[in-house]
Design a protein. Structure first.
Lengths: 163, 658
């Protein structure tokens, strides 16, 4: 497994999206490469290497090739290596928002808040958050006039298809 | 390019190339008269993709985010300036932005300069001061780059508020002003290219006792059929008919909108859900459409990056306008000059226009500024102050799709209640909690990092004491990932509802724009702004809006998530910008983006700046256009009225030029 393969498996477990959405065969945007690079820049290459190493080690222990396999690996990863949960959650946020988060612990009443920095125009429009709402990025739609009067395609279509 | 003075000179010089200035320029230019426009900002970019890219990469996607000068990342971020907002004094054409609202006490961030709030004022005192809630652009095409597109007429009673209800002021001539404006309203829908259902508007106006012919005139048809309504709209339309506000039955009206329901001169709306800050395909009208038409007459010239700095008088007539030019936003001035014409039009919106008049104080006998014998220039600053309410529908309505708003509840825009409290229209949002809570990011953060800023993921109760945790099977402050995260986020986003109440504000002479001692990079004074919401009339409408929201969400079977804001801090560096208390409750208000009333029309030169022709009482060859001429906010979003009044002013100007 290449580091990118492991990164995608980790990302599937975190985001709940399918391989076809995160790393399609014909990947014109190749947003995954930008995110792997951004992840390393933000949390250090050594941390990323270690997270991916642990993911592979746990992956060997986890039994059963079920659809939730990646999620089960992530569950064990968070249990075995709790120090890696926050960096992984920041990666999760990156996939959804196309932006790198800064998490602060105030106000205490809401258990803190999150600020974020958009990585690029493409990361904004490729954000999974628009897919999870069965919509399109605000300011960048491929739908046509009047689509909003009818329900969108089912959620599963958005989870499986290229972003 | 330098100014090429035509043989015989210019007939008209216009300051500002937004919708109002461009309409006047086009109407006059197409008759063969020679027009010069001074535009303080840069030209329309060769492709709007330039503005769009800036929007995509902006961290805070505010109405101003796509437009120059850059307002985020302009300087290195610091703890007290995390978005890297520029110092307004470092810019040649700074403007007020909504990011500046909470920094209102810091003149290194806020372009408007505010006095420190007085010590010891109670949170429910009418004397409490606020940050103004609305912003504008200083680019060719003007603020309609970021307007919503709502193209409603005002109602006849909006023009006779004093006569009919004893509140505020009448427009000059009262209801006759409305009658005179009807043909211009009709023409304005053609200029903007409005998509609407005429029958729905006729039905609406009947409830206000206006005959169909009194709305648009006889034989009228909108340029395009109505924009398709959202699933959201249909739900409200089904459910609100059981409700009344002050005995007025509620119903939903599809909103007339300045966006294409069919391909035509502009593209057909594709529902990018981004009318504000920018329509990526120009399906929505903006001032650059009419500006291009004006320039194509061959009789209209425009000078960009040319800031009007002084109005010269000769006797009682305007004899010239001084200007300063620049190349780059933070660079030095590159030149100065004076332009002259037979007649002058100020169309620089309701902050920069009064500022220019007040700056022009060196003419003998006019030390209070040009056109200011009444002392009214800069006064009566208004907005539609907005109350926001939000909730979650029982079933999916698929928010974040279509134009930002496609329908409204218009029934409470007029009625006997108006002797006691302000009228409002209720805008139905299609953009989920994007405005209300800065979603999708806030809900996302809550469930990824275990926070509760949306009230969906903790132990919050709403103001009716209902528990708000979205999934009672999850513990408070849950951190989710994978399939559980997907299903939770999806179930929330597709149910998000938002209502916005556009509450009319009354003219208050102490709400005003003055000149600050602080200056911009060209050396021109920055606006000093004082803003309050003093009247029980207006504050009562917040009480009503809050009650009505709860009734509407109940009728929908929705759960209300409107947050109680606060607490109010009334003094010091951290004084809250837009919170107040009233009748034991606490409210946040938002700006509607409607900057109104700083050079108002009137029927008496002692208490108004302009006559009913939008002509200065003091200087017969000076006109002003835009929402600054409005004597009151009235109840419609202002742009259609701005356009109608600009068309009317152009006829008055052509009459004078003959």
């Amino acid at each position: 497994m290449t580091p990118m393969d492991t990164f995608i498996s980790l990302s599937i477990g975190l985001t709940g999206f399918k391989r076809g959405a995160l790393a399609p065969d014909d990947d014109t945007h190749d947003i995954k490469s930008l995110y792997l690079k951004t992840f390393a820049e933000r949390v250090t290459q050594a941390t990323v290497d270690d997270i991916l190493l642990w993911y592979r080690l746990i992956d060997k222990r986890v039994l059963g090739n079920t659809p939730d396999r990646e999620e089960r690996v992530v569950t064990v990863l968070f249990a075995d290596k709790p120090e890696y949960e926050l960096p992984c959650r920041k990666l999760l946020f990156l996939w959804y928002a196309g932006a790198w988060p800064t998490v602060v612990d105030t106000p205490a009443s809401t258990h803190g808040q999150t600020f974020s920095e958009v990585i690029s125009a493409e990361s904004y429009t490729q954000g999974l958050v628009w897919r999870v709402m069965q919509s399109h990025p605000m300011g960048s739609t491929t739908y046509n006039y009047g689509y909003w009067a009818n329900p969108p395609p089912p959620l599963s279509a958005y989870l499986e298809n290229p972003v | 390019m330098s100014i090429v003075t035509p043989t015989g000179g210019f007939d008209v010089v216009i300051v500002g190339s937004g919708i109002a200035g461009s309409i006047v320029a086009y109407q006059i230019g197409k008759t063969g008269k020679k027009v010069l426009i001074l535009e303080g900002g840069p030209p329309v970019p060769k492709s709007r993709e330039e503005y769009l890219q800036t929007f995509f990469t902006s961290n805070a996607k505010t109405p101003e985010s796509p437009y120059p000068p850059t307002i985020q990342g302009a300087v290195p971020a610091t703890d007290d300036n995390p978005l890297g907002q520029p110092n307004p004094s470092s810019l040649n054409t700074p403007r007020y932005t909504v990011l500046q609202i909470n920094a209102w006490q810091n003149p290194n961030v806020s372009y408007f300069v505010y006095d420190a709030p007085k010590q010891g004022i109670a949170p429910d005192s009418p004397e409490l001061t606020f940050a103004f809630g609305s912003s504008y652009e200083r680019v060719a095409g003007g603020t309609t780059w970021h307007w919503l597109g709502t193209s409603l007429n005002n109602l006849p009673n909006d023009f006779q508020l004093k006569t009919k209800y004893g509140q505020g002021v009448d427009w000059p001539g009262g209801v006759q002003f409305y009658q005179n404006l009807v043909p211009y309203y009709r023409k304005a829908t053609e200029v903007i290219g409005v998509s609407a259902d005429k029958q729905a508007m006729v039905d609406l106006y009947k409830t206000f006792d206006v005959e169909p012919s009194g709305v648009y005139g006889d034989n009228y048809g909108f340029p395009m059929p109505a924009i398709v309504e959202s699933m959201n709209d249909v739900l409200y339309a089904q459910k609100v008919t059981t409700l009344k506000i002050d005995n007025i039955p509620l119903f939903v009206t599809p909103t007339p909108q300045g966006r294409n329901s069919r391909p035509g001169n502009r593209r057909q709306c594709a529902g990018n859900t981004n009318c504000i800050p920018i329509c990526p395909i120009q399906a929505k009208y903006d001032g650059s459409v009419t500006l291009a038409q004006a320039l194509q007459t061959g009789n209209v010239q425009i000078q960009y990056k040319t800031v009007a700095s002084n109005i010269r008088l000769s006797g009682d007539r305007v004899s010239g306008i001084d200007y300063i030019t620049y190349d780059s936003q933070t660079g030095p001035p590159t030149g100065t000059g004076t332009v002259s014409a037979k007649l002058y039009v100020l169309a620089a919106h309701a902050i920069e226009t009064p500022k220019l008049l007040l700056m022009s104080k060196n003419n003998p006998g006019w030390k209070n500024g040009v056109a200011n014998s009444s002392g009214q220039v800069g006064r009566n600053l208004m907005d539609h102050v907005m109350y926001l309410a939000w909730g979650l529908a029982k079933d999916p309505i698929y928010a974040f799709r279509g134009p930002l708003s496609t329908s409204g509840i218009e029934a409470a825009r007029d009625g006997a209640f108006r002797s006691q409290r302000a009228a409002y229209r209720i805008e139905i949002g299609n953009e989920g909690w994007n405005w209300a809570t800065n979603d999708p990011n806030t809900t996302l953060s809550d469930f990824v990092f275990g926070q509760n800023n949306t009230q969906l993921n903790g132990d919050s109760l709403n103001q009716q004491n209902q528990p708000l945790r979205f999934d009672p099977t999850l513990p408070a402050f849950s951190k989710l990932f994978g399939t559980r995260l997907v299903n939770t986020l999806n179930a929330i986003y597709v149910r998000q509802l938002r209502l916005g109440y556009l509450i009319e504000q009354l003219p208050d002479p102490d709400n005003r724009v003055q000149l600050s001692s602080l200056r911009d990079h060209l050396g021109l004074p920055r606006p000093a702004v004082t803003y309050r919401i003093r009247e029980d009339y207006v504050r009562n409408a917040f009480v009503s809006a809050k009650q009505v929201s709860t009734q509407i969400f109940n009728a929908l079977g929705a759960k209300e998530y409107t947050q109680l804001p606060g607490p109010v801090q009334t003094s010091g560096d951290t004084a809250t910008a837009s919170l107040f208390e009233y009748k034991g409750d606490r409210f946040a208000f938002y700006g509607a983006g409607h900057i109104i009333g700083t050079y108002r029309m009137g029927s008496n030169p002692r208490d108004s700046v302009l006559n009913a022709r939008q002509q200065s009482w003091d200087h017969s060859n000076l006109y002003m256009v835009g929402s600054g001429v409005f004597p009151s906010t009235a109840t419609a979003n202002p742009t259609l009225t701005i356009a109608a009044l600009a068309l009317q002013a152009a006829d008055n100007i052509l009459h004078d030029l003959v």
